[in-house]
Design a protein around this ligand. Sequence first.
Ligand code: TYD
Length: 130
Amino acid sequence: MINFQIRENISGSLVALEENKNIPFDIRRVYYIYDTKKDLVRGMHSHKALQQVLICVKGSCTVSLDDSLEKAEVVLDAPNKGLLVRSNVWREMYDFSPDCVLMVLADKHYDEADYIRDYQDFLRYIRDGK
Ligand code: TYD
């Protein structure tokens, strides 16, 4: 988890994200997920090289992480909390609140070849490196 500093004043709150400062990589891409249907699960993949920081800028959701040895579940429910997800981690996102806006910062452009979308392939890739 990364806790971002909140700059609060009488008119509201502000969080600033800067590459290689509070975001630990070059920011090549930003996307956001919203209007997610209740009871649906997103993600269900790992990345061979991509690193990402997930920030729930509005609402809340839960993220499960699995590196093939350990599993963890993290609730993202504040706009000053970032979850760093390194490569080779299987992730699933669920329990989206209706107002959830999940913003993702990534260190590479979109590349379908970087995805592993099958869990058995993920385990094999971790084990064999290919
Ligand atoms: P996907 O990564 O499968 O979404 P999630 O993991 O949240 O379920 O992406 C959904 C679709 O959007 C898929 O067709 C690929 C496309 N996409 C892009 O074109 N650019 C992007 O940066 C991302 C993340 C997805």
